[in-house]
Design a protein around this ligand. Sequence first.
Ligand code: F6P
Length: 324
Amino acid sequence: MKRIAVLTSGGDAPGMNAAVRAVVEQGIHHGLEVYGVYYGYRGLVEGDFRLLTLSDVHHNIRRGGTMLYSARYPEFKHKEYQEKAISQLEKFGIDALVVIGGDGSFAGALSLSKLGFPAVGIPGTIDNDIPGTEYTIGFDSAVSVALDAIDKISDTAASHNRTFVVEVMGRHAGDIAIWAGVAAGADAIIIPEEEFLIEDVVRRTEAGRSAGKDYSLVVLAEGAMDVDNFVEQFQVLAPDQSVRGVTLSHIQRGGTPTARDRVFATLMGARSVDLLIEGQKAIYLGVREEQLTVFDIVETLEKTEHQVRQDLFQLNQKLTDRGN
Ligand code: F6P
């Protein structure tokens, strides 16, 4: 093996740059040339490849976003685009590819592997929603940004004895809501994986006030319900409460990656290169019980579903069920 390439695809996530940097450092350490593919799968099809050196990547370990840029590129589902990508890779003499992204990006890596081109996936998405792995790069940073914002909102909420409903990202997964909600001591966490009644959320906030709380906080995952709709229905059921809704939106994707995201990104980036050199393909890296773990893309993506931390969710439900 002489040349490998790396791309980032889908929504950017803090820590992607740390993973790119580790791929480049480890590749160079093994005497390989490492190409960056710009703009994800679109760049792969269009041949937007640039040779990367240490000076291109070393500062980026501490930066959010992705230095390789990203794109949503649904066209890559089609075989003709995948074949075009492989001919671009062959034109550049590239022997293997590292794909950093979410489940859509992994589907692309799987297609390439099925067509015989070696590809290894690294999970990079703030949503933490990839089957098999308990953790994806960017999740820790996103939770930390969400929590910081929620703490600030809680200051003003308490000053006016208000109820705030804070909508966080996560697409179809409730992970960011659960972790930020537990860390903030939310009165209710609403996730798409669990049915909920707004009456029950009202009851929890009222019980909290009766028990002495001076504000109420609801953390709502975007995949469960739209925040404006939620606030409107909540207000009808609780006309005496002063309620506000906030959407945190894309600030959760930005900012400095946390130490945890940088460390796992570094571990995964370096290991992905080792695995490609060993001749592996159609696999991805993840974390299980804090250990770096290798997953088979076909087996895991096709047969497993992402699981949220039910234990954390249930704990919060229990702690905030104050009767009445
Ligand atoms: O997958 C990451 C994510 O930020 C989701 O949480 C969110 O639903 C989506 O991307 C937003 O996508 P876009 O930036 O394309 O609006």
